[in-house]
Design a protein around this ligand. Sequence first.
Ligand code: MLT
Length: 407
Amino acid sequence: MITINEHYLKLQASYLFSDIARRVAAFQANNPHVEVIKLGIGDVTKPLPPACIAAFHQAVDEMADDASFRGYGPEQGYAFLREAIATHDFQARGADIQADEIFVSDGAKCDTGNIQELFGQQTRIAIPDPVYPVYLDTNVMAGRTGNYKDGRYEGIVYLDSTRENNFVPSLPTENVDLIYLCFPNNPTGSTITRAELQTWVDFARDNKALILFDAAYEVFIRDESLPHSIYEIPGAREVAIEFRSYSKSAGFTGTRCAYTVVPKECRAYDSKGGTQFVHPLWNRRHCTKFNGVSYPVQRAAEAVYSIDGKVQIKELADYYLENAAHVRQEMARLNFNFVGGENSPYVWINGGRDSWEFFDMLLNKAGVVCTPGAGFGRCGNGYIRISAFNSHENVQKAMARIHQALS
Ligand code: MLT
């Protein structure tokens, strides 16, 4: 008799963004004349930067020629991309990261979801609330939690991110082994200072814990005092893994390219307390389960680091940040409390009512899709997230419609 992994039965019925897509599709079927504006899932709308497109085209041409055709590439990514990443994303910021510590992949969603496989079943997990649902759901699937009760899974240490702590969770008071952090934060758009991040690195070092640092939104940082990478913080190499993505920075949501950084010194422990380095384990997993990102896509990603590419991705992020500024301005005019949108494409708004109710109201009365905060965790209830990923025209139209719906 074939049996299923019963941990899957503990999951909520569907993944947040699939649930939203279903509700929007039902609304659209009943209201075919309404032009729905999507400010829900953080999906980019602007095309790939010209430098990436040129590199992409050239690489496709290379694939059409016997002399330059390429089959399987290195699972970890081509050296040209890994070297560009190490130089521009890390060494240029004083972070000591080498090319062979970079693992190129097809998405930070997959990497943040898969990384937990490396750690023991009894690992005590600390997860912020609200949170990108992938961190939590993948641990549920792996059987590291109990059942779902009152909006939370038993066995998880939740790190509340609330207005009181400026949406940066405090250090856990319980023993934890694996800590998920994301800054600039999805969903709240909050940021972490160097001093605050240092306290997390010190905590991990003192408690033999490991930090999974999701920096998928670092391209939106405009406050130069903020860290772009956890490796800018002394002591992080031993205790942190970092995730990056070209999805939001260079518009690769449909093209797929990301990377994970595992420094050689990054350590965990075996059941006897012996030190085990994580790098060879992730390498082993990557080589076993992944066959590399396609050559043209890696060439397109490499172009992000060219002189033109750097200018173009800054312009791209600036474009979405202008939208975020507009959302902030309109939410202030409507007297809502909100955070985010300054070093982040997300604005986190306290709607003062149930967040699914607010979501339904905006959809039905304004034809605008947001993300209900409750979908990110119990602390998200009462909030909605508005994404800046859309055209200026659509964001302006959406804000005007929200004004009208609320007045
Ligand atoms: C989001 O809207 O939270 C993100 O776009 C989801 C993702 O990156 O997978």
